[in-house]
Ligand binder design. Structure first.
Ligand SMILES: C[S@@+](CC[C@H](N)C(=O)[O-])C[C@H]1O[C@@H](n2cnc3c(N)ncnc32)[C@H](O)[C@@H]1O
Length: 320
């Protein structure tokens, strides 16, 4: 935020176009990345309409009470509070998740982890004669439940797999507050019956070895936390801080994992820029002889590390 935040003068009904113009100026001065879009989304929220309606009705007038509410939301955004916290929701893999300051806002990069998990499950299911419901997954550091809930929703619909699968998913987090949000999200999407929520240090509370471990654990090196976008300071630091080299949690997880992964299982980890080589060697220390492969995100960064504890599924070998 740069300097004092200017306020939009509220007086009777105001034209929608003027409100959007003033809010865009305020958010630009505050250093927001997408000021006009943010202003439109906040006004749409206050008016209870789609963003498209605003664009189609530039002549509309906004009542004083709605303008007051809009101004207070713009003020919050100008203090660089993330838009999803202000709206109370975030989109992930086409689903809407409740979010607030108890949980990290799910990121688009993490959708690659879900995609790779679905691919592995689909291959594994095609090769197996076991009943579909015998499949077990642990989502370590579940946060809002974005990964666990998305997998439960998609697998139970048979999306990306040859048949519907009703797995048992363990959603683990050290934060009881995060687990409450994750539980709420599971209820919102009707998949609470597929997910067991456990407060746990990494895999500590997992009651049985599982077929698949997925984890988006904190991986930002502590010294870099202060140099991230101002929005990140609103998020729980225990969701981001990966210790001196960023790999404290991932290292500990890989240390625990051999006794918690069923034979023929896999581990999929989200990692940060420049961490692939180190994570690969940590994985091989815990799982000598395993197949280990990193996949790049839409920005070309090696983002998801896959560790296959038997042979590599064919579809993973040929493409990046
Ligand atoms: C980067 S966030 C990921 C949240 C969510 N899975 C996602 O992808 O949006 C990391 C999560 O790991 C949790 N966490 C941090 N340290 C942990 C530990 N030692 N054991 C279990 N969970 C931990 C945090 O509370 C946070 O919810």
């Amino acid at each position: 935020m740069r300097g004092q935040i200017r306020r939009i003068p509220v007086q009777g009904n105001l034209p929608l176009t003027r409100l959007l113009r003033e809010a865009t100026t305020i958010l630009t001065q505050a250093g927001c990345d997408t000021p006009r879009l943010d202003a439109e989304l906040l006004l749409a929220e206050v008016l209870g309409c789609e963003r498209g309606w605003l664009l189609a009705h530039p002549e509309a007038q906004v009542e004083e009470a709605q303008t007051e509410r809009f101004c207070s939301l713009v003020e919050r955004r100008a203090k660089r509070e993330p838009l999803p916290y202000i709206l109370g929701r975030a989109e992930f893999y086409g689903l809407t998740f409740k979010v607030d300051r108890r949980v990290l806002i799910p990121r688009p990069e993490t959708e690659l982890l879900v995609e790779k998990a679905l691919e592995w499950i689909s291959n594994r299911d095609a090769a197996s004669s076991a009943p579909a419901r015998d499949f077990t997954i642990a989502d370590v550091g579940t946060g809002s439940g974005a990964i666990a809930v998305t997998l439960a929703v998609l697998l139970s619909k048979g999306a990306g797999t040859a048949r519907a699968i009703s797995p048992l998913i363990y959603a683990l987090d050290s934060s009881s507050e995060a687990l409450s949000v994750a539980q709420e999200n599971a209820r919102l999407h009707g998949v609470e019956g597929h997910i067991a929520f456990l407060q746990s240090h990494l895999l500590g509370a997992l009651p049985e070895p599982v077929d698949l471990i997925v984890a988006n654990l904190p991986y930002v090196p502590s010294r870099k936390l202060g140099s991230l976008m101002p929005e990140v300071a609103w998020e729980p630091q225990e969701a981001l801080d990966g210790g001196p080299d960023g790999l404290e949690k991932i290292r500990a997880l890989l240390h625990q994992a051999p006794s918690r992964l069923a034979e023929g299982g896999a581990i999929l980890l989200e990692i940060g820029p420049g961490q692939a080589e180190k994570v690969k060697s940590l994985a091989l220390e815990s799982f000598p002889g395993a197949q280990v492969k990193a996949f790049r995100d839409y920005r070309g960064i090696e983002r998801v590390m896959c560790i296959f504890w038997d042979k590599i599924p064919p579809s993973y070998v040929d493409h990046d």
